[in-house]
Write a protein that binds this ligand. Structure first.
Ligand code: 173
Length: 319
């Protein structure tokens, strides 16, 4: 009896320990392939947390799309199949239609954290995705449409273009036929001629060998890449102050890595030129029209699907 009691007492003592004395391990996935452009900085973030967070927080990186299909990552965070994920809003618009609007917000995160944008988007994630919006990356990387057929005006009539929600409206506005696929299917779709082009950021086309199946890059660049680090909200709430602080500090460090993107874009565009990928550019007036159209049709969709939130996002975006 005594031993049972003392065991129970020992158990109590263990649970009564300040939780700061415990190290927590979080399971992480990325919606982008391991080691590629849009996973790389998240992987550096994990390394940093595992270095700085010994005895406090550790992250167990399960991996990229080999571990989990990219369009399921948002739901996996919501249901705590994983604790933390690197994923773009474009991949969870099924759960949060307004996530399609984040690409239209191009201000640096330092500013978004000051002017209430981060806070508002965090609340949206709390409510709709049961997630904490720990960080956003790549605000200063734009998207392009890449093509394998030359066009002589800004018209995609007769072209099938691989999209995600990011590019759907603009492709349709220009008369193209959008085909939604995960990044992992792009190479084969191009190789087999299932699509005549694809949307993708300015950087990253070399990671999966797409340079070998790409002829043209349409100018101008448009929108802002957003790849978010989300933490399941129950997992976040269960952390101690010290654990949250460690992750929050690492998140700011991760966001500051965006300064590197300027040089990365420059070197990748040079590399595209060397690979024979030719820019198609209809000049400043047409480019301006394209941009106005691209933003107009995207805001229209966001505001139609989420009127109140969309209007607020537009106000915060200031465009
Ligand atoms: O093209 C895509 O798969 C996509 O939507 C995206 C979003 C952010 C970064 C890279 C790709």
């Amino acid at each position: 009896m005594r031993s049972v009691l003392s065991a129970a007492a020992a158990g109590l003592a263990f649970w009564a320990l300040p939780s700061s004395a415990q190290e927590v391990t979080m399971r992480a996935v990325s919606a982008f392939a391991e080691g590629t452009q849009f996973s790389k900085n998240f992987e550096r973030f994990i390394d940093k947390v595992n270095r700085d967070g010994k005895g406090v927080v550790q992250i167990n990186y399960i991996g990229g799309p080999r571990a989990m299909p990219p369009f399921e990552v948002g739901n996996a965070v919501r249901t705590r199949v994983v604790d933390i994920a690197n994923v773009t809003g474009a991949f969870y618009t099924n759960l949060m239609p307004e996530a399609d609007g984040f690409k239209l917000i191009g201000k640096p995160m330092s500013e978004q954290r000051k002017n209430g944008t981060w806070d508002y988007i965090n609340q949206l994630h709390n409510q709709k995705l049961n997630a904490y919006y720990l960080a956003r990356q790549f605000h200063n990387v734009p998207f392009h449409i890449y093509l394998n057929k030359r066009i002589d005006k800004l018209d995609f009539t007769g072209l099938k273009i691989r999209v995600t929600p990011v590019y759907r409206d603009v492709v349709q506005a220009l008369g193209g036929a959008p085909i939604n696929t995960a990044p992992g299917e792009v190479y084969t779709a191009l190789e087999r001629g299932v699509v005549d082009g694809y949307g993708w950021p300015a950087t990253g086309i070399f990671d999966l060998g797409w340079d070998k199946v790409t002829k043209f890059r349409l100018e101008p660049p448009f929108y802002s890449v957003e790849v978010n680090v989300l933490v399941n909200l129950d997992a976040w709430k269960a952390l101690t102050e010290a654990q949250r602080l460690l992750l929050s500090d690492a998140a700011l460090w991760l966001e500051a890595l965006d300064a590197e993107n300027v040089a990365t874009i420059k070197s990748e565009l040079e590399r595209q030129a060397k690979a024979g990928i030719e820019p198609i550019d209809f000049g400043p007036a047409e480019s301006q029209k394209f941009l106005e159209r691209a933003y107009a049709v995207a805001w229209e969709t966001v505001i139609r699907r989420a009127p109140e939130v969309g209007a607020r996002l537009r106000q915060l975006a200031g465009n």
